[in-house]
Design a protein around this ligand. Structure first.
Ligand code: ADP
Ligand code: MG
Length: 174
């Protein structure tokens, strides 16, 4: 198992937290498409969106995805990575895709509790809980159709990592 592992899911589902732990466990590299974008453009996500709109941001996001993809790498993706079909196909074909699934209530609570992680401009201008529920509604079927494995991300991170490892070795054996 040396293929890249892509973590997908909504903002706050734990892609960075779980991805770093998983990378440590496997001795893999850890990359984050949002971090890559910030370093390669010298701008925050919010600044890219302000300067180029969401469409411009999505273009950079596809470039970031292919730039960070390599064997033995855990890749934490932006919450909207699955919106583009080209990104969905890329991840499915190039590696194993894991959806970290969490309810809107849990996601909103995490984002409210750790505001530094919700650095993106709101997509709808509504309350965080309403926005999270709406965005999740729109994207859940895309996460589901893209993922090879869905993992309950509302457990402690160590358990999530253990379940990912178990899902991947089952997938490998079959
Ligand atoms: P993402 O990268 O998917 O946006 P993060 O890994 O940044 O999500 O996690 C968002 C916030 O939720 C962080 O403050 C993190 O500490 C917390 N968090 C992540 N995973 C869990 C978990 N399994 N249980 C409790 N809190 C979590
Ligand atoms: Mg993250």
């Amino acid at each position: 198992m040396s293929l890249p592992i892509f973590l997908i899911g909504a903002r706050g589902c734990g892609k960075t937290t779980v991805g770093e732990l998983l990378a440590q466990g496997l001795g893999y590299a850890f990359r984050d498409t949002d971090h890559y974008l910030q370093h390669s453009t010298g701008k925050t996500v919010a600044e890219i969106v302000a300067a180029e709109g969401w469409e411009g941001f999505r273009r950079h996001e596809s470039e970031a995805l292919s730039a960070v993809t390599a064997p033995e790498t855990i890749i934490a993706t932006g919450g909207g990575m699955v919106l583009a079909e080209t990104n969905r196909r890329f991840m499915q074909e190039r590696g194993q895709v894991i959806w970290l699934q969490a309810s809107a209530t849990v996601l909103a609570a995490r984002l409210a509790h750790y505001p530094q992680t919700s650095q993106r401009p709101t997509l709808t201008g509504r309350s965080i809980t309403e926005e999270v529920a709406e965005v999740l509604d729109e994207r859940a079927s895309l996460y589901q159709q893209t993922a090879h494995h869905m993992i309950d991300a509302m457990q402690v991170p160590q358990l999530i990592v253990a379940q990912i490892l178990s899902a991947l070795s089952l997938a490998h054996a079959s």
